[in-house]
Design a binder for this molecule. Sequence first.
Ligand SMILES: NC(=O)c1ccc[n+]([C@@H]2O[C@H](COP(=O)([O-])OP(=O)(O)OC[C@H]3O[C@@H](n4cnc5c(N)ncnc54)[C@H](OP(=O)(O)O)[C@@H]3O)[C@@H](O)[C@H]2O)c1
Length: 314
Amino acid sequence: MEKIILGWTGEEVSRMGLGIWQFSETWGVTDYKVAKEIIRTAYEAGINFFDTAMVYGDGLSEEFLGRAVKELGIRDEVFIATKIPGQYLSRDDVIRACRKSLKRLQVDVIDLLQVHWPPLWHNFPTCEYMEALEQLIHLGLVRYIGLSDFPVELVESARSCLSVTDIVSIQIRYNLIERDAEKELIPYALAEDLVVLPWSPLAKGALTGKYKPDNLPEFQDVRGRDPIFHPENFKKIYELVRLLEEVAKKYNKTPAQVALNWLMTSYPNILPIPGAKNPKQVLDNAGACNWRLDFEDWFKLDQASRAIRIDRVL
Ligand SMILES: NC(=O)c1ccc[n+]([C@@H]2O[C@H](COP(=O)([O-])OP(=O)(O)OC[C@H]3O[C@@H](n4cnc5c(N)ncnc54)[C@H](OP(=O)(O)O)[C@@H]3O)[C@@H](O)[C@H]2O)c1
């Protein structure tokens, strides 16, 4: 498995991670045995960066990840990233939330603690929660901190609150269909030596080739209200999916592998975290690493994806 250096930290992790929102009612992996096999398969394929969050399955995702890592005896070889939701960002919330995560994960220290999203409904001053996160580093409970779903202006003000450390990563929605991160966040992260963790890098499965205009995920599924899967939008996306299939054939790869590879070919500081519901998907996604699309194919996909306009208000 190819590796990536986590910005200024010098830490080396796998070039691609595993997203663990899937261990939840929302996505359906609620059987611990399946979850453990997913973690084992990822680890054996060389993936050692795991992204979970306190809100995934109301703690179930952290619990399953921690238990699997412990039972497999791989704690020292994996990098565990989790997140505090935007409504738990008073100083005390941050400390208490971290304490709960440590317990669910059954670890002494969290490798990367991210703010899941900025506070929306409470007026938590930015420096209050950033200083609390830094305090967790002083206490040896957290190694690094990161931000998720923050605009650049707020990233800058959050960083200005820190005294002895800096953030390591920014997590944001980024895939071949949804490319807003290229406008501001990715260039900023490149200039500042920060790693970008694209979430929904497969556009929640839309780029894998298995969904078609006449075969979309069920409405009650997490994707039911996602504009990507609205029939009007998916018709436009399907052109790109067919191109992914064509390019995949040429390289003897799958559309999912090509879609993930396109992200990593585009920028050196990208560490995608695709989610997987079974070991087969993990292995498929791991096959996105250790090779590169040539320029012509990268460009074809770039142009096809630029031509798509997703209507969010339908
Ligand atoms: N920070 C944030 O706000 C935020 C938000 C969302 C997600 N995340 C993180 O990002 C991770 C990934 O995002 P995501 O789960 O939204 O979307 P994703 O990774 O784009 O898509 C995951 C889904 O695609 C399907 N899939 C995955 N690999 C496949 C393969 N090789 N072949 C066929 N189908 C495949 C599976 O669903 P089906 O089999 O049902 O199609 C899987 O659940 C999450 O687990 C989470 O850690 C963070």
